[in-house]
Design a protein around this ligand. Structure first.
Ligand code: NA7
Length: 566
C-alpha cells in the first residue's frame, strides 16, 4: 500500500500501487475520491485528462452553457459545510459557476493532492494472476490497483459528423464541448451553428445577440424546448432554500427523476385540450423541469404526450412571427421528452431577428464543408465561423475510448459489440472490481445527475467497504444477473415512448453504433431501492471471491428477486 492507507483490513492486494484508481475528476470522481480516501482510509489516485477538476463543466465553455437543473439541487448533498457555505447566484447556474463550485468542493475536501491532472488513461487490464488492475496512461506510466472506478461522465466524447472537407474550413471552427478558454468574438461575423439539441438551443440565442453579421442555424430535427425562466436568486430565495434544504434534497433523492417537484395529475388522456392547457400553463409560466412532471404518464401514454406536445407546438407558433418558419421549428416526428428535453432562454424569439435564418437540412442537406463555408444541396453558404453543436458519443463512448480488458482477454469493445451489458449499470461480468459510475443501464442522463452520482458513489464505496471488512478480494456479477438486468432494462424501455424515436438515448446519433436504449428508464427512486436491496441481500447476483484462485467458478445462481417493474 502506498500513501495514507489506514484501513486495517486492506490486505488482499498488498503490492499494488493503490487500493483504487478513479478515472475522471468531475462531480462523481471527486466524491468517490473523498469517500474512499477519507471515509475508508484507502489509498486512491484520480487520473484526469484536463488541467483542473470539473469534468463536463470544465470542457463545455460555450456561450450560454448553463445547467438545466436548478442550482440548489445541482449540488452535493453529503456535506453540510459545502451546502451551507456555497450560495448560488442564479436559479440555473452558468458553466463558470458550476466549475467554481466544483473547485470550491475540491479545495474544501482537500482533494487535489490525490489527482493527477493532464494525464489520460489509455488502457486498463485485469491481471488474472494477481486479481488486480493495471492502468496505463498517455505519459507511458502503468500503475496497479485493486479497484478500478470509472467516473468519466456520460457526455464526454464530442461527436462531429464526418462531413467531407471539414478540416479544409479556413475560419474558426469548434465543437461546443471543446470550446476554447479564450473569449470568442462573433461581432460582424457570419456564423453557422449546426445542431439544435440542448446545446444548440443554449448557444444559438447567445451568438445571435452578440452582433454577428448573420447567424445561420442548420437544423435536422426540431426540438421541443420549455422556457427556463432563469433569474438571480436573492436573499429571500436563499433563506427559504437553506431553511428547508434537508427536506428538499431528500425529496429529490426519493423521486423518479431526481427533482423535488410535485408530480401533477395522473393522465391527460381523458382531458379536453382546454383542461390540458389549464394544467400546463402554470408550469409553463414557472419554467424548467416542473413542466415535465405535469402528467405522470407523459412517457408511457401516447394520448397524454400528444396533448402536451401539441401545447408546446402552439407555444412555438405563438412566438415565431413567420408561420412557415414556426412550422419548421415545431416538431411533429416525435413525442415530447422522448429525446432529451431542453430548456431555453429566448430560443424561439431568436428566429424573429433579421440576422438569423434557418436551414432545414432534411430538405437541403449539407453536402460538404468548404474552405469558406458550407455547401448544401441548394447552394453555398459563406461563413467566418462554424460551431458544431452536434452532440456526443454518449454513455459508452468515453469508456470505449479506453482500451479496457477484463478476464480471459475479453475487451470491453468485444463485450459491448451489440450494445452495453451490465449488472445494475454499475458492474460487468468478466471485469471484476470494476465499477462504472453513472454507467449505461443506470438512470444517469434521465435524472438530475448529482442525485444519481451520489447514489452510485455511495453504493460503490459501501460495496468496497464490505469487501475490505470481510477479506473478500473480488466482486463480479454473474453472467445470469447481467443478462437479467440487460433484459430488464430493454423491457422497461420498450414499455415507454422513449423507443419510438431515434435519439442519443438509443445510440442512434452515432453511425454504426448498435441501436439500443442505453440509460435505465425505470426511475431513480425504484433503481436506488433496487441497488440497495441487492447489497442488503448479500450482493445478490454477484460472485464474491476471497482469493483470485476461485475466480470465475460460478455456482448455481438463484432467481434474482430484486428486479421490479418488468
Ligand atoms: P444532441 O442532443 O445529440 O444534439 C445534437 C444535434 O446535432 C441534434 O440537433 C442533431 O440532429 C444534430 N446533428 C447531428 N448530426 C448532424 C448532421 N450530420 N447534420 C445535421 N445535424 C446533425 O447534443 P447536445 O450537445 O445538444 O446535447 C447533449 C446533451 O448534453 C444534452 O442533452 C444535455 O444533457 C447536455 P438530430 O436531432 O439528430 O436530427
Amino acid at each position: 500500500m502506498s500513501e495514507t492507507t489506514s484501513h486495517d483490513s486492506v490486505g488482499a492486494t498488498a503490492g499494488t500501487d493503490y487500493d483504487a484508481i478513479i478515472v475522471g475528476a468531475g462531480f462523481s470522481g471527486l466524491y468517490e475520491l473523498h469517500r474512499l480516501r477519507d471515509e475508508l482510509g484507502l489509498s486512491v489516485k484520480v487520473i484526469e485528462k484536463a488541467d483542473d477538476v470539473g469534468g463536463t463543466w470544465y470542457w463545455n465553455r460555450y456561450p450560454g452553457a448553463r445547467c438545466d437543473s436548478e442550482s440548489h439541487i445541482y449540488c452535493y448533498s453529503f456535506n453540510e459545510d459545502i451546502l451551507q457555505n456555497w450560495e448560488w447566484s442564479e436559479r440555473y447556474p452558468e458553466q463558470p459557476e458550476v466549475l467554481e463550485y466544483l473547485r470550491f468542493a475540491a479545495d474544501e475536501l482537500d482533494l487535489r493532492r490525490n489527482i493527477e491532472f493532464e494525464t489520460e488513461v489509455t488502457s486498463a487490464a485485469f491481471d488474472e494472476d494477481s486479481g488486480t488492475w493495471r492502468i496505463s496512461t498517455d505519459d507511458g506510466e502503468t500503475v496497479s490497483s485493486q479497484f478500478f472506478v470509472t467516473a468519466v461522465g456520460c457526455l464526454s466524447e464530442p461527436y462531429i459528423p464526418d462531413f467531407e472537407g471539414i478540416e479544409s474550413f479556413e475560419g474558426f471552427w469548434t465543437h461546443t464541448g471543446k470550446w476554447p478558454h479564450e473569449p470568442v468574438d462573433f461581432e460582424g461575423k457570419r456564423v453557422a451553428v449546426i445542431g439544435t439539441g440542448a446545446t444548440g438551443i443554449q448557444v444559438i440565442p447567445e451568438v445571435a445577440k452578440s452582433d454577428p453579421e448573420h447567424l445561420t442555424v442548420f437544423q435536422r430535427t426540431p426540438n421541443y424546448a420549455v422556457p427556463a425562466r432563469n433569474r438571480p436568486l436573492d436573499d429571500d430565495d436563499w433563506e427559504l432554500i437553506q431553511s428547508n434544504y434537508d427536506e428538499i434534497l431528500q425529496r429529490a433523492h426519493d423521486s423518479g427523476f431526481g427533482f423535488p417537484f410535485e408530480v401533477g395529475q395522473e393522465t391527460a388522456a381523458d382531458m379536453t385540450m382546454e383542461e390540458v392547457e389549464e394544467a400546463l400553463e402554470p408550469r409553463w409560466q414557472e419554467g424548467g423541469f416542473r413542466f415535465l412532471l405535469a402528467f405522470e404518464d407523459l412517457l408511457v401514454n401516447e394520448e397524454t404526450n400528444e396533448k402536451v406536445s401539441e401545447f408546446l407546438r402552439g407555444k412555438i407558433r405563438e412566438t415565431v412571427d413567420d408561420p412557415e418558419l414556426a412550422e419548421k421549428l415545431a416538431p411533429k416526428d416525435h413525442y415530447y421528452a422522448t429525446k432529451r428535453p431542453p430548456l431555453h432562454t429566448d430560443y424561439y424569439e431568436t428566429y424573429n431577428r433579421d440576422n438569423v435564418s434557418l436551414v432545414d437540412v432534411t430538405e437541403n442537406p449539407i453536402e460538404r464543408i468548404t474552405p469558406d463555408g458550407v455547401q448544401t444541396a441548394d447552394g453555398h453558404h459563406d461563413f467566418d465561423m462554424i460551431i458544431y453543436a452536434t452532440g456526443f458519443d454518449a454513455m459508452t463512448g468515453t469508456l470505449l475510448q479506453i482500451d479496457i480488458e477484463g478476464r480471459d482477454g475479453l475487451t470491453l469493445e468485444e463485450k459491448w459489440e451489440d450494445g452495453p451489458q451490465t449488472y445494475l449499470g454499475l458492474t460487468l461480468h468478466g471485469f471484476p472490481n470494476m465499477f462504472t459510475i453513472t454507467g449505461p443501464q443506470s438512470p444517469s442522463v434521465l435524472s438530475n445527475m448529482p442525485v444519481s452520482i451520489e447514489h452510485h458513489v455511495e453504493w460503490v464505496s459501501d460495496t468496497i467497504e464490505h469487501l475490505v471488512d470481510n477479506d473478500i478480494q473480488l466482486i463480479e456479477p454473474t453472467k445470469a444477473a447481467e443478462e437479467a438486468w440487460t433484459t430488464h432494462n430493454r423491457q422497461v424501455a420498450e414499455s415507454t415512448l422513449y423507443t419510438t424515436v431515434d435519439s442519443w438515448y438509443m445510440n442512434e446519433n452515432i453511425p454504426d453504433k448498435p441501436t439500443v436504449f442505453t440509460p435505465y428508464p425505470g426511475g431513480v427512486d425504484l433503481y436506488h431501492d433496487t441497488i440497495l436491496e441487492v447489497a442488503e441481500k448479500g450482493y445478490e447476483g454477484f460472485e464474491l471471491t476471497e482469493s483470485v484462485q476461485q475466480l470465475g467458478q460460478e455456482g448455481e445462481q438463484p432467481q434474482l428477486s430484486v428486479m421490479k417493474g418488468d
